[in-house]
Design a protein around this ligand. Structure first.
Ligand code: F0G
Length: 424
C-alpha cells in the first residue's frame, strides 16, 4: 500500500513532504492505491462504524479513514470530531425552488461552524505527522477559524492572512479567540493568497489552504457521508457554492474514487455556483476558455466567496467534466432571498451557503433540473458567522438589495394592548 503525490499537469510523482506544487507549477493530487483499497473497504465497513464512540471513527471524516489518509497513525490524528452533519428537508425550501426532493446537507454544523473542519482535520493531522510547528493560510474567514482551532488543539502556532475589512465578524472573532496570529492584509483575498504562497515556504510555515492536497482529501468526506446518508444511492444532483474551488475539486475526486471502488453505481451531476460579482470560474467554463479569466475586483455580499482568482480552478474543471456537471452564477439578491428562506425554515446559514439553493432554483426555472430529480444542496456555513448581513437584510439596509422576506422587529409600548395590536 502506497500513497503518491502526483502533479495534475505533467503527471510527475512528487515525494511526500511539505511542497504543494510540482516543479512545473502544477497542483498536486493525493493518489490512493485503489486496487489494494478495493479489497479493504466496503459499504458494510463504513456502515459498521456509524455511531461508533471509538477514536477516530466517531468523526464523519475518519470513519472513512482508508479513503482520507490510509497510512496515518492514530497518534497523529487531530479530530474534534467533525462531520456527522444533518441532512434536512423543508417544504418551504422545496416550494421556493420548485424541486420536490431537495435535501440540505448542513456543513455549518461542524465544530467551528463550516465545512472547512473536514479539510482541516486532515491537513493538520498531516502537519502533525510531518512534525510541523507553524501552519498558515489565507482566508475569507472560515478557513482561518478552522485553522486557528485545530492548530491550537494540536499545540501548533497558526498565522492567518485575511483581507482587511472584508471578512465577517463571527469569523474574525473566532480566529482571534482560538489564538491565531492574525495578519490583516491591505488588499483582497487574492492578494492574501499570493502573499501566503510567497512567504510560507521561505518562513517555514506549512501552508494549509486547499492548494494543500490533504485538505482536499478531508473535504471528500462531505460526499462520502452524504452518499452514506442516502443509503449509497446517489442523488441526481449535488449543488455547491464555489469560491476558491476546493470543495468542487474534492467532490469530483470523491465521486471518482467511489465509482472506481464500486461503492456507487452512478455519479451525480455537480453544479458549482458562484456569486455573479465574483464569477471567474463561471466565465471560464461558459466561454470554454483555455485559461482562467480572473476577476480583478470581486464584489459580493457573500464575503466567503468574494474571490477573483481561485487557485484550484483546474481541479474544479476536472470535476465538472467528470460529472457532466455545470457552473452557474447567482446575484446577491438571489443569494440573500434564498438565505432568508433557508433561515425562515428554521435551518439557517451564512450568505455564501445560500448560493447552492439560489442555484438550484435558477437551474429548476431554466429547466436544467427536473422537478422530480433528487437534489442535494451543500450548506457550507453556520448562520451565526455573519449576523451583520442577516440583520441588515431584515432592516432593508443592504445596498442594491430589496428583501423579499424581510422580518423587521417592532418597538412597542410595554402594554398588553400594544401586543394585541401587533399579534392581530
Ligand atoms: N462557503 C463558505 C461558507 C466558505 O467559507 C467558502 C470558502 C465557500 C463556500 C467556497 O468554498 O473555496 O471550496 O470553493 N471559504 C474560504 C475561506 C475561501 O477562506 O474560508 P471553496
Amino acid at each position: 500500500m502506497e500513497i503518491e503525490l502526483k502533479c495534475i499537469e505533467c503527471g510527475r510523482s512528487v515525494g511526500e513532504g511539505t511542497t504543494n506544487r510540482c516543479e512545473c507549477g502544477g497542483l498536486l493530487d493525493v493518489i490512493l492505491d485503489l486496487d489494494s483499497l478495493r479489497e479493504r473497504v466496503s459499504r458494510k465497513l463504513f456502515n459498521s462504524r456509524l455511531g461508533s464512540r471509538r477514536f477516530p471513527y466517531r468523526s464523519g471524516v475518519w470513519r472513512f479513514r482508508e479513503l482520507i489518509n490510509p497510512l496515518i497513525p492514530d497518534k497523529d490524528i487531530v479530530s474534534r470530531p467533525e462531520g456527522n452533519t444533518n441532512l434536512y428537508r423543508h417544504e418551504k425550501v422545496e416550494q421556493y425552488t420548485g424541486i420536490k426532493n431537495l435535501f440540505l446537507k448542513h456543513e455549518g454544523e461542524n465544530p467551528t461552524g463550516s465545512f472547512k473542519d473536514r479539510g482541516m482535520t486532515s491537513g493538520i493531522s498531516e502537519a502533525k505527522r510531518l512534525r510541523m510547528k507553524v501552519v498558515a493560510c489565507a482566508s475569507t474567514g472560515n478557513t482561518a477559524s478552522s485553522l486557528a482551532s485545530y492548530a491550537s488543539l494540536a499545540g501548533m502556532k497558526s498565522v492567518v492572512f485575511i483581507p482587511e475589512g472584508m471578512i465577517a465578524f463571527g469569523k474574525l472573532s473566532q480566529a482571534m479567540a482560538y489564538g491565531a496570529r492574525v495578519l490583516q492584509i491591505k488588499g483582497n483575498f487574492d492578494d492574501a493568497m499570493s502573499l501566503v504562497q510567497e512567504s510560507s515556504h521561505e518562513l517555514k510555515m506549512y501552508l494549509l489552504n486547499s492548494i494543500n492536497p490533504w485538505r482536499i482529501e478531508g473535504q471528500k468526506s462531505i460526499i462520502f457521508e452524504l452518499i452514506q446518508q442516502f443509503d449509497w444511492e446517489p442523488p441526481d444532483w449535488v449543488i455547491v457554492p464555489a469560491g476558491n474551488l476546493g470543495n468542487t475539486s474534492a467532490f469530483g475526486k470523491a465521486f471518482h474514487e467511489l465509482g472506481e471502488l464500486e461503492l456507487i453505481d452512478e455519479i451525480p451531476r455537480i453544479a458549482s455556483i458562484q456569486a455573479s460579482g465574483a464569477d471567474p470560474f463561471y466565465k471560464t467554463w461558459k466561454e470554454n476558455l483555455p485559461r482562467l479569466e480572473a476577476v480583478e475586483n470581486p464584489e459580493t455580499i457573500a464575503t466567503a466567496i468574494k474571490i477573483g482568482n481561485p487557485v484550484s480552478w483546474k481541479k474544479a474543471l476536472r470535476t465538472i467534466k467528470l460529472t457532466n456537471g455545470l457552473v452557474e452564477e447567482v446575484t446577491d439578491q438571489e443569494i440573500m432571498d434564498s438565505k432568508a428562506v433557508i433561515d425562515g425554515s428554521g435551518i439557517g446559514c451564512e450568505p455564501a451557503s445560500a448560493a447552492s439553493v439560489a442555484g438550484a432554483k435558477k437551474l429548476r426555472e431554466s429547466g436544467v433540473i427536473d422537478k422530480n430529480e433528487r437534489v442535494a444542496c451543500i450548506i457550507t456555513g453556520n448562520i451565526l458567522k455573519d449576523p451583520d448581513a442577516t440583520i441588515n437584510y431584515h432592516l432593508s439596509k443592504l445596498k442594491k438589495i430589496s428583501p423579499r422576506f424581510a422580518n423587521k422587529p417592532t418597538v412597542i409600548e410595554p402594554t398588553t394592548e400594544a401586543v394585541r395590536k401587533e399579534i392581530d
